[in-house]
Design a protein around this ligand. Sequence first.
Ligand SMILES: Nc1nc2c(ncn2[C@@H]2O[C@H](COP(=O)(O)OP(=O)(O)O)[C@@H](O)[C@H]2O)c(=O)[nH]1
Ligand SMILES: [Mg+2]
Length: 245
Amino acid sequence: MLLVSIIGTAGSGKTFFTWALKEHLLLCEENAVTVNLDPAAKKIPYSPEIDSRDYIDIDEIILKEVLGPNAALIIAYEKLAEIISEINDQIKKYSPEIILVDTPGQLELFILKKVGIEVLNSLEASAKISFFLIDALAALNPKDLITQLWLGYICQFRLKMPMYYVLSKSDMVNEKVIDNICKRIVRPQTVHDELVKSKELDEIDLHIIRFFEDMEERGTPLVTSAELMEGFKNIHKVIDEYKIQ
Ligand SMILES: Nc1nc2c(ncn2[C@@H]2O[C@H](COP(=O)(O)OP(=O)(O)O)[C@@H](O)[C@H]2O)c(=O)[nH]1
Ligand SMILES: [Mg+2]
């Protein structure tokens, strides 16, 4: 049973990707279920088999506790942590091979608060991986891309599970843009050269670029969402490699 957590900033395409990946896995005759762990989601374009909104009413939390949506989401996750065994029982009923977990875009849940990590870690599965969505439209310049990579890296650091970076909305940019994004990731020196050219490079950029050069040695798996679906079976290889390290 493989658990796939789909993580990324708000609007990066997590829900859409969860849906598309589920449809793709259905076509491949893989037994996959979707779990919506975003209790604040207003509209979901598909019907998740397991839905946190069936257990938690975010609007009620906002009204009762007099909170804004971000603070209410943290309370919602604390409630979710309390009933996680029920969610696990629901998942088990489907005997799935693959569990796709859609998460909220409020990354502080996974970066700054223990409760987000606790919830994802409490979901039962024999292997776990996360996909960090990088919105192509929000990664058009080198610094925006590096910022997104950092966010993903911090999530990986906190979650302690193998991570794939998945380029979403690649259909909304041309191939040259995708090429540029890939080049910057595979060879961070490209970012260095671009910043020198635009006279933007400073000391902190140098440190950050050096960090990503190290990351390059470790290999940063980046795929477009379409490539990921085509090569989904390779994911088991990534998980095995991660376990060996
Ligand atoms: N063209 C295109 N639109 C996308 C893609 N992924 C998401 N979107 C759109 O981007 C918006 C935000 O997507 P959503 O999945 O709700 O983002 P989330 O907040 O990360 O769950 C929606 O209008 C989606 O239809 C994609 O790969 N291609
Ligand atoms: Mg969503």
